[in-house]
Design a protein around this ligand. Structure first.
Ligand code: R5P
Length: 304
């Protein structure tokens, strides 16, 4: 790994540290400051010439600032003549805006993909995109990692009796089906209705299948407001589920999500560290699992 450098943006230095430890390297030095007017001013303090350089930055809140910081870090590194430069974006913000739901709206996920190209990254590593088709928005090779095996191991280690896997909406059926297959458990699907005129709001859950007397393991790609998971858990318990465990890759945890999850009829919420969860957003039923080994393996595959 002597010709490899890993830099961290401001969004998730904890994960970058864990990845560096997995690889037995130190993080590259970069000074991340801002001008008085808020403009990002990254300053790379390493010689990147002929090195394979990785920059880890999750596009979480404040997303627009983190996007800009990543692009500027990329530009600074490219000007130092690296051998290649790879963006590691464990959480790809804007991914839910992957299609035009109605006239007058942008396809934001595609715009972000194009924007990242400005800095001429040669590759991208990411985890559990909201929609696999987003890979096609990028011109460069994308290593699309799945946290599913990691989350499956979390469930295996808990020896939950009478478990079944729940997809909280029809869009997540493929993910839930893969987990059900991996754990050899039955699958139940819930139908969620969203209202386009109300941001971040979902209601109306219908359960397609039998959950009575079973422990429901709900899997989703992300928790933002928590509305989906909280309503889903309530419906499951009302329908006779004996317990609810939630598995999620990206803990966006907007607004009151942490409090709402803590108050919900949920035994445990397992979330990976693609997004840093600050102390004040952690809650008693939260467990964290790290994607650092996954990302470290992807880096090894690229540099070997
Ligand atoms: C939706 O398609 C996603 O898979 C998640 O279910 C959703 O984004 C979660 O959002 P919230 O926590 O705000 O309900």
């Amino acid at each position: 790994m002597s010709n490899t450098l890993l830099f961290s943006g401001s969004s998730n230095p904890q994960l970058a540290d864990r990845v560096a430890k997995e690889l037995n390297i130190s993080l590259g030095n970069v000074d991340l400051t801002r001008f008085a007017d808020g403009e990002a001013r990254p300053w790379i303090q390493e010689d990147v010439r002929d090195k394979t350089v990785f920059i880890l930055q999750s596009l979480s809140k404040p997303i627009d600032e983190y996007v800009m910081e990543l692009v500027l870090m990329g530009d600074a590194i490219r000007r130092g003549a690296p051998r290649s430069m790879v963006a590691i974006v464990p959480y790809m913000g804007y991914a839910r805006q992957d299609k035009q739901n109605r006239m007058g709206e942008p396809v934001s996920a595609r715009v972000i993909a194009k924007f990242l190209e400005v800095s001429q990254f040669s590759e991208l590593i990411t985890v559990d995109l909201h929609n696999d088709a987003i890979v096609g928005f990028f011109q460069v090779p994308v290593t699309h990692l799945s946290a599913l095996p990691l989350l499956a191991d979390e469930i295996r280690s808990r020896n939950i009796p009478d478990g079944l896997i729940i997809s909280p909406d029809v869009g997540g059926v493929r993910r839930a089906r893969n987990l059900a297959y991996e754990l050899d458990l039955p699958l139940v699907v819930m139908e969620k209705k969203r209202y386009l005129d109300k941001h971040d709001h979902s209601e109306s859950f219908q359960i397609i299948g039998e959950v009575k007397g079973k422990h429901a393991v709900v899997i989703d790609d992300m928790i933002s407001t928590g509305g989906t998971i909280v309503e889903c858990a309530k419906s499951l318990v009302e329908a006779g589920a004996t317990g609810v465990t939630v598995l999620v890759t990206h803990g966006v945890l907007s607004g009151q999500a942490s409090q709402n999850l803590a108050d919900a009829p949920i035994d445990e919420v397992v979330i990976t560290d693609t997004i840093a969860i600050p102390k004040e957003r952690q809650f008693d039923t939260l467990s964290q699992a790290s994607v650092a080994p996954l990302i470290a393996d992807a880096i090894r595959n690229i540099v070997q």
